[in-house]
Design a protein around this ligand. Structure first.
Ligand code: 2AM
Length: 470
């Protein structure tokens, strides 16, 4: 086999196949391998027919097909498969060669693997790839990190296949070791939040206002014209308009049990570990968990009563307020997500550029939106900004949306419609903007039962007091 390929891809499930076809479209010579080698032959004879893609039937053959420095992209199931492939590749590759993991790996695994591969003299890149099958095929958002010296060797391939917004590819170097997979994880957490915010709007419109699906589709489509303009709002409008075979809305035939694969949960676990109040994403994960307890909910619904879920205020007013509740909640969610990224960057010594991350999320990925362009501008104008809630743009946006946000929560709460994302976001906002809250009572209680001591408002910080409370 002559060493002619620019990159080797291991794993021909749909994401792997689509990335390979995307690279081929952009003039990259790709060789491929899959554990079940019949899939290599099927791919070469099928989707890849007529392309320059090279099929191989073993890892040594794949490695022999690559130009140096060799680039091997793993697109296999996250977990032990990645470790096993790395071990095999370390025996086959030379120093300076590059192993890239493009799967949805846990960032702590990526930190460990990067150190392991670098210790063997080779380069390691862990990259988030977002956009689903369609994104992989025609332009994903790509979030690579790891051995910095390897970036120039993959930059043109990755940026060449990524989505492009305003002539800027949705791919740039994120930082060291696990930073790329971490950023992808937080992206997915934020995606959980964006989806929950939309699900709550649907519930308020459907059960609260009794709107039909055509009307709801029109409302979502109109929101897609304003500050909420995004892929998820757009597809939600499409979902409203989709009929089942009998002509009734398909949405109402779907069981309300949400699945999850773990990146939302990882975001929340990390937020707990880093002491960050990523409350909206947490509520979105918990809402999916509660939804999955369908049998228990059915049993509970037979015994637990609430108010009728009817909102009687004028429809146009309720809808305008609902829009504002969504927008304000979304701002809070992104504020929380970037606070989390900042804390993780500080913890792991990652030099993450928030403007660049926002830019990469503008296209290709599921959370792509107009909003992310505004976020990019805000971070570009102030590189030290820790919370977007303190930026002029978003503080005034929240200010304008605030009254409608509060009214939406009041109406939904009175009608017994759960709105955990809107209400947790508002509670965070009200806590965040309070220079004095209620934790003085928590400290008094802790000192009372456990002599945990407290600081005083009339004494310097760092001086601790204990009271004999009884
Ligand atoms: P397969 O087709 O042989 O199952 C998604 O599951 C992709 O990961 C598939 O290409 C699958 O290969 C691959 N994969 C899963 N576990 C693997 C392993 N232990 N070694 C190599 N490839 C693996």
């Amino acid at each position: 086999m002559t060493a002619q390929a620019d990159i080797g891809v291991v794993g021909l499930a749909v994401m792997g196949r689509n990335l390979v076809l995307n690279m081929d479209d952009h003039g990259v010579v790709v060789s491929v391998f899959n554990r079940t080698t019949s899939k290599v032959d099927e791919f070469i004879a099928g989707e890849a027919a007529g392309t320059a893609i090279i099929g191989t039937h073993s890892l040594p053959e794949l490695v022999a097909s690559l130009q140096t420095p060799r680039r091997v992209l793993l697109m296999v199931k996250a977990g032990p498969a990645v470790d096993a492939l790395i071990e095999t590749l370390l025996d086959l590759l030379d120093p300076e060669d590059i192993i890239i993991d493009g799967g949805n790996s846990l960032y702590t695994d990526t930190i460990r693997r990067a150190a392991h591969v670098e210790a063997a003299g080779m380069a390691y890149i862990g990259t988030g790839i977002s956009g689903g099958e369609e994104g992989a095929r025609y332009g994903p958002s790509i979030m690579p990190a790891g051995t910095a010296a390897a970036w120039p060797h993959v930059q043109s391939i990755f940026q060449g296949i990524a989505a492009v917004v305003d002539d800027v590819p949705c791919c740039d170097w994120i930082g060291a070791d696990g930073a790329g997979h971490y950023v992808k994880t937080v992206h997915n957490g934020i995606e959980y939040g964006d989806m929950q915010v939309l699900a709550e709007a649907y519930d308020v419109m459907h059960r609260g206002l009794g709107l039909d699906h055509k009307r709801m589709g029109e409302v979502f489509a109109s929101w897609d014209e304003g500050p909420l303009d995004s892929y998820l709002v757009e597809i939600t409008a499409d979902v409203m308009n989709k009929s089942d075979e009998d002509g009734s809305p398909l949405l109402e035939k779907i069981l309300d049990r949400a699945g999850q694969k773990g990146t939302g949960k990882w975001t929340v676990i990390s937020s707990m570990e880093l002491g960050q109040p990523t409350t909206l994403v947490a509520e979105a994960v918990y809402a999916r968990v509660l939804s999955s307890m369908l049998d228990e909910r059915v049993a509970a619904s037979a015994v637990l009563e609430g108010p009728p879920p009817t909102i009687t205020d004028p429809v146009e007013e309720v809808l305008a307020d609902l829009h504002d509740a969504m927008y304000a909640s979304k701002i809070v969610s992104y504020a929380q997500g970037f606070m989390l990224l900042g804390a993780a960057a500080a913890e792991h010594d990652w030099d993450i550029d928030f403007a660049s991350v926002s830019s990469m999320w503008r296209g290709g990925c599921i959370i792509r939106s107009r909003f992310l362009g505004e976020l990019m501008d805000v971070f570009a104008a102030d590189r030290e900004l820790t919370s977007i809630l303190r930026s002029d743009f978003f503080s005034s946006a929240v200010d304008q949306a605030q009254a409608g946000w509060r009214r939406t929560i009041a109406r939904a709460t009175a009608a017994g419609i759960p709105i955990p994302a809107y209400s947790s976001a508002l509670s965070f906002f009200d806590g965040y903007r309070s220079s004095r809250g209620s934790a003085n009572l928590i400290q008094a209680q802790r000192d009372y039962f456990g002599a945990h001591t407290y600081e005083r408002v009339d004494r310097p910080r760092g001086e601790f007091f204990h009271t004999d409370w009884v």
